[in-house]
Design a protein around this ligand. Sequence first.
Ligand code: TXE
Length: 499
Amino acid sequence: MTVSVSASTRYAPYIDGGYVDPQTDAVVESVNPTDGTVLYEMADCGEADVDRAVTSARRALESPEWRDMPPAERGRLLRRIADRIRELDGSLALVESRDNGKLIRELRAQHRALPNLYEYFAGWADKFHGDVVPKPAGTMNLLVPEPVGVVAAIVPWNSPLSIASNKIAPALAMGNTVVVKPSEHATAAIMEFVAALEDVGLPPGVLNVVPGLGGSAGAALTNHPGVDMIAFTGGTAAGRMIAAAAAQRTIRCQLELGGKSPNIVFADADLDRAANGIIAGIFAAAGQTCVAGSRCYLQREIYDEVLERVVARARTIRLGDPLDDETELGPVAFEAHLDRILGMIERADAEGAEVAAGGARATGDGLRDGFFVEPTVFTGVRPEMEIVREEVFGPVLTVLPFSDEDDVVAAANDTPYGLAAGVWTRDLNRAMRMTRRLNAGIVWVNTYRAMAPESPFGGFKASGYGKEGGEAVLHEFTRSKSVWIDLAEGPARDPFVIG
Ligand code: TXE
């Protein structure tokens, strides 16, 4: 099973089990970041299309076909989705790589792991149960989990299908219905994915997609009164607006936002592994991951040695076509993002940071028309500089020295964000002290970017709230109803006394 996307493709909204004619003439182009050419177009859905999608999702939510489907059958449906992803045999990885510039070899691995995610949540569909609160005989108090309702899943461009699936799989496993709003910069893989599910048996309206801009499709979905919950992954700025809109209607909101994660190397660490962990932490996916280890702290005794290794490797990273298996660093996802990154590099220069590697747009052979940034390492930075404080979301690392644990804990926690942190040491006690003291939702020790469907994932502070993955996310996508039953017999109770 393969899919193909061309410049003549124009994605329409996917509603009620199929593509429908959009209620708008507005279109958005998606550009290939490797060469700047237009890949395809999509409808820029507005209020009318979003209303149709939410209405369809609500109808499906309340339909006996979905509402009364045995949980085990929902699990079987998710397993069929997993099978379908396997049948697609990596072709969506190709679509995604052309769309956002992420390396095909990383996306192949990511998409190979996707069926496991659906199978993991398929298993939960008939195993996540309620509870019975202990009460004296004659009274029962049941805690019954229910789906939250219609979930708006608003997703970004850096790993579109994986991030959307982190929301779709648990939401469906728990009996919700979903309207996805993909990023305008990388929509194709999600559109092709839902179209490929046409015959897996999902009732119409259970999974819908409205393509378009954040300000049109995104805002219309966020503000639609028929949406019961928003699950969002993206930047902190958009996340705050979405949380404010959710607060206006007192609906549930789950936010997976940006980060400025510290990657800390102590002198006793395995320095080869640590240097690789620093490189992978910031240059994988061209730094466009929420968990990018963008602030590297090196203990003074090994500062020069590790910096030298990191800089030497940064200078030899192979830039090029993300579809080439030899390429190590592809372009960043779109032109405005390139300009934003270059602006941050310029301001770091102006503030007096020293460039140890890179520091400019890459314009070598085959790169000129694409949105490539040289792997960049800044030293001589101060904690108050923008480049140390703000998320770049690009291949830009700042390196800072530290003396001891107290010193580095204070520096590492001195950020509005709290998504992830890396610690490299052979001292187990120190590692455990650091995991307690670092104010981050995920702490990696002697590794970086380890993730799995069964492991909860999510940040603290400005990095958002709510968890994805593991049993934890099932609580996000269900609401617990407390049911009291009085089984007492005999004389009726005094109506003025609560019992
Ligand atoms: O993301 P946005 P952008 C960070 C990263 C990046 C910055 C901005 O620092 O430089 O965010 O990136 C939709 N109502 N991350 O502008 O705007 C939008 O259409 C409703 C971190 O690309 O957050 C898209 O579908 N929806 C990150 C999604 O939100 C709105 C991943 C994300 O877009 C909206 C990406 C609105 N008002 C960027 N405005 C991570 N956590 O991994 C935008 N959207």
